[in-house]
Design a binder for this molecule. Structure first.
Ligand code: PMV
Length: 331
């Protein structure tokens, strides 16, 4: 009888401080990025695998329901990258997310990091190889394996490279207990996929400027995180998020993902900071939701502000309180 291998992993989502935007070749980034690993937003994935003469995804269950529509993406990732695996196989997957499906939070980073971890378990991959597999499945997923912070893409930081992410552990203790409160401005599906978004960078009029800016922001934020400088960190974080959206608005087939309430939330955060001088900053992914980043010791004041002034800007008043996490682990 054919041997069946089973493995289950929990892998978290991550929020980028310096954004990966634009790619070339086989999922290689145009610029370096750094992210914070989250804790409460995660995917749990169980894999059953048997070696076989061809690559085949037999079934995919999501939250107990059969989801054949999820299969083609995973199937094509496996076929395209079969030289990365020592043997071909049949695979069955079952996954669930900790965050509500309708929260408008992308689950590709956590789910593909969990899948790569299960595959790495089967083939005895080290962390670099596992991160590379995650990257091939879904770019930013390669950063989700690491505790605290992860760097992906060739930069001035020693050891960083385009193939896989590495952990960043030289941060100042000010950055050891960061929080991420996600304002769910809209839970609707994005009007443009991140793949299409990356593609729009290819002929972007600001391409060169963007790559220079991302490298500069990267060096500056690493420096701020090493020295514990919240002020410089926050300036770069916010500039980076707004630059990402400015790139979307200034490409050939321009699009906007920010909503009216995203802008209102940004203005309120700026006013709150001016008034209180507290280190509360925002970042934004490819969507309308606003991530608020702050240290744990300001939690009480920030939560009070969110609950009284920002919650009403969110769809169904949904705010997800998350924080820095320790990466994937075997279940
Ligand atoms: O990994 P992808 O293809 O979903 O792209 C992620 C893009 C951003 O979330 C906007 C930035 C990032 O670095 O995570």
């Amino acid at each position: 009888m054919q041997q069946v291998f089973r493995s289950s992993y929990r892998a978290p989502s991550n929020i980028a401080f310096i954004k990966y935007w634009g790619k070339h070749g086989n999922q290689l980034p145009l610029n370096p990025s750094i992210s914070m690993t989250l804790k409460s937003c995660y995917t749990e994935m169980s894999m059953q695998l048997s070696e076989s003469s061809n690559m085949n995804v037999d079934s995919m269950l999501f939250e107990g329901e059969n989801k054949p529509e999820f299969i083609p993406k995973i199937q094509s990732f496996l076929e395209k990258n079969k030289d990365k695996f020592p043997a071909s196989f049949n695979i069955s997957l079952e996954s669930k997310n900790s965050f509500p499906h309708s929260a408008g939070i992308a689950s590709s980073a956590s789910s593909m990091a969990a899948l790569a971890s299960c595959l790495g378990d089967k083939f005895d991959f080290d962390l670099n190889q596992t991160s590379e597999i995650a990257r091939l499945a879904s770019g930013s997923a390669c950063r989700s394996l690491f505790p605290n912070y992860a760097i992906w893409g060739k930069s001035s930081y020693l050891g960083s490279n385009d193939e896989y992410a590495i952990g960043f552990s030289e941060f100042h203790e000010n950055f050891s207990q960061m929080q991420d409160a996600v304002l769910i401005i809209s839970a609707e599906e994005k009007s443009i996929s991140s793949r299409a978004g990356h593609e729009l960078m290819n002929n972007h009029p600001y391409l060169k400027g963007r790559i220079d800016q991302a490298n500069r922001h990267f060096d500056q934020i690493i420096n701020a995180m090493m020295t514990g400088d919240f002020d410089s960190f926050g300036k770069i974080l916010e500039n980076e998020a707004l630059s990402l959206h400015a790139l979307m608005m200034s490409c050939e087939n321009s699009f906007t993902l920010l909503g009216a309430n995203s802008l209102k939330a940004i203005e309120k955060v700026r006013a709150f900071r001016k008034e209180t001088k507290l280190p509360l900053y925002f970042t934004i992914d490819a969507g309308p939701n606003i991530h608020l980043i702050y240290p744990k010791h300001e939690e009480a004041a920030v939560k009070k502000f969110i609950e009284s002034e920002l919650k009403n800007l969110c769809q169904d008043e949904l705010v997800i309180y998350d924080e820095i996490g320790q990466g994937r682990y075997k279940l």
